[in-house]
Design a protein around this ligand. Structure first.
Ligand code: 5GP
Ligand code: ZN
Length: 144
């Protein structure tokens, strides 16, 4: 999997990318098909299809770097805000099977619309039962 992963190949320097930031754990580069100018991706250097298997130190670094980049992008592109987006799994819209966090600068009239709709709970009981299930199934993320 890792040999053919395009993002792993970018990490290794085998494919070109316009890099914005790099350290020992993460890499950030411009998206090849930007939603807005400055749209970039923050990835863990190790190959993980899902964010759920990225070691906590790396996922924490992804968020730290995404936040720093978002602030810099807002200043550099004179944008008013930004979206952080991570699609995990094909059902969620993930196309590249290497976890990546999108940083998308936003302007008030940029015409970008992210998918949204509301699906309410049928009852308070259903909501409480779901909350109980989630609490029970939370996995501790204390990496060795
Ligand atoms: P996803 O839909 O998986 O969350 O997003 C994948 C993103 O990767 C897309 O926004 C797409 O434009 C970007 N992308 C795909 N291939 C390449 C590539 O080779 N280089 C760069 N820089 N971005 C890519
Ligand atoms: Zn990869």
């Amino acid at each position: 999997m890792e040999r053919v992963c395009i993002f792993c190949r970018i990490v290794k320097g085998e494919l070109p990318a316009t890099k914005l930031y790099e350290d020992d754990l993460v890499l950030a580069f411009l998206d090849i098909a930007p939603i807005n100018k400055g749209h970039c991706l923050v990835i863990p250097k190790g190959h993980h299809n899902s964010l759920t298997t990225v070691p906590a130190e790396q996922s924490a670094r992804m968020m730290t770097v995404a936040t720093q980049l978002a602030a810099a992008l807002m200043r550099a592109t004179d944008s008013d805000g930004f979206n952080l987006l991570l699609s995990n799994g094909t059902c969620a819209g993930q196309v590249v099977p290497h976890a990546h966090l999108h940083v998308i600068p936003r302007h008030a009239q940029d015409g970008v619309s992210l998918p949204s709709r509301s699906r309410p709970y049928d009852s308070d009981e259903e909501k409480e039962a779901l909350v109980a299930e989630v609490r029970k199934r939370m996995i501790s993320r204390t990496d060795p």
